[in-house]
Ligand binder design. Structure first.
Ligand code: 5GP
Ligand code: ZN
Length: 114
């Protein structure tokens, strides 16, 4: 097992609050929530960022989007709405180099996205 934080969370080596899981994806609560509902969706397979994803990862990428929609449903956000963000690289302040999408909601979010 590598020393990637999110690989270790997906493997259950580091505890997290799981919201949703399927064969390709894992979703858990962010440790420092920036909205009343803040869930991270990751692929179980280690992919560092969008640029590292290959054609063979297409099912995994669409699976992440489906998982985000499933998380929104499970968290009761489908009526009120939600935001999906994926920080990539330095300017976006990506801190964990394992591809992830933030699902945010549960209150009206800020007007700004950047
Ligand atoms: P990034 O800044 O890379 O887009 O997002 C990384 C996210 O991972 C941050 O929102 C941060 O709060 C969250 N995070 C970092 N370490 C942990 C952890 O050990 N457990 C959980 N649940 N979230 C974490
Ligand atoms: Zn990883």
């Amino acid at each position: 097992m590598n020393d990637c934080l999110f690989c270790r969370i997906a493997a259950g080596e580091i505890p997290s609050t799981v919201v949703y899981e399927d064969e390709m994806t894992f979703a858990f609560r962010d440790i420092a929530p920036q909205a009343p509902k803040h869930v991270l969706v990751i692929p179980k397979k280690h992919v560092a960022d969008w640029y590292e994803a290959r054609k063979e990862d297409d099912a995994l990428l669409s699976g992440m989007m489906r998982a985000a929609a499933k998380v929104a449903e499970l968290e009761g956000l489908t009526e009120s709405g939600f935001r999906v963000i994926s920080n990539t690289g330095a300017d976006a302040r990506q801190t964990v180099k394992h591809l992830h999408m933030h699902v945010l909601g549960g209150a009206e979010l800020t007007e700004k996205m950047g």
